[in-house]
Design a protein around this ligand. Structure first.
Ligand code: SF4
Ligand code: SF4
Length: 252
């Protein structure tokens, strides 16, 4: 027993200091894009040609990029002959409005507020989440799940996943919502007590992601339930999701 206690003391405190300090992001992380406002050459479609999800195109006001469709592969930045697209390390990507995810001429520092006063009033000290995995690839689920580990410990903010929608304040939807999952998502939403919130987590839940247009998917959570918070990424970094939820409930 003494040996176990000494081992535990030796391990020390391992929870990160986010959000007090900037997140320790991996070298390959791509965050909020920086888009030039200089006009794109009229015939140039270099970015659109390489984009797997039709998330970006050129325009007379510079590139237009839909964060909700973007998989953050970085191919458009590499393809752009005028270096009009770059990806910063800004992890704050979420929005309260779907339309606000369509960026043009934006700097990485233009981060919209995602404070939802009703959520802050009710959930700032206890925000219970029910996860609905609606046919995603499991990466969004894995990176949401990691928030419960000691590295992130979202429980210290009163945020936890719960086993039943009846105990939840919000649904976290991942995946493009297959036809087979649409009824389950609707029933889960109906079983969640009012007032309730819906978080669309990842490109699939926002609009279908790489599966958009497929016959067997609804094309995102909003086709079935109303969405309150949109969190881009494929998958969103755990820091992006945690930041979005903290600011949504007035803790960020
Ligand atoms: S980074 Fe996003 S917008 Fe650019 S090519 Fe990849 S998916 Fe398309
Ligand atoms: S958004 Fe990307 S990571 Fe998330 S479920 Fe879809 S394909 Fe997988």
């Amino acid at each position: 027993m003494l040996r176990e206690l000494l081992a535990r003391v030796g391990q020390g405190y391992r929870t990160g200091d986010f959000p007090e300090r900037d997140p320790a992001l991996p070298d390959r992380f791509r965050g909020r894009p920086e888009l030039s406002q200089s006009p794109c050459a009229e015939s140039c479609d270099a970015c659109a040609r390489v984009c797997p999800t039709a998330a970006v195109k050129g325009s007379p006001e510079g590139p237009v990029l839909d964060l909700g469709k973007c998989l953050f592969c970085g191919d458009c930045a590499k393809a752009c002959p005028s270096s009009s697209i770059a990806f910063s390390r800004q992890h704050r990507l979420a929005s309260l409005e779907r339309d606000a995810l369509v960026l043009r001429g934006k700097a990485a520092t233009d981060v919209p507020s995602v404070l939802r006063p009703a959520a802050a009033a009710l959930c700032s000290r206890s925000f219970r989440l029910r996860q609905v995995s609606a046919a995603g690839c499991n990466a969004c689920e894995a990176d949401a799940n990691v928030l419960g580990t000691l590295a992130f410990d979202m429980g210290r903010f009163g945020i936890e996943f719960v086993a039943s929608p009846r105990h939840a304040d919000a649904l976290v939807v991942t995946g493009p919502v297959s036809k087979n999952m649409a009824l389950a998502l609707r029933k889960t939403y109906d079983a969640t007590p009012d007032p309730k919130f819906v978080i669309a987590c990842g490109a699939c839940a926002i609009g279908g992601g790489p599966y958009a247009g497929h016959d067997e998917v609804e094309g995102g959570a909003a086709a079935v339930v109303p969405v309150d918070l949109w969190v881009p990424g494929c998958p969103p970094s755990p820091f992006t999701l945690l930041d979005a939820m903290l600011r949504f409930i007035g803790r960020g």
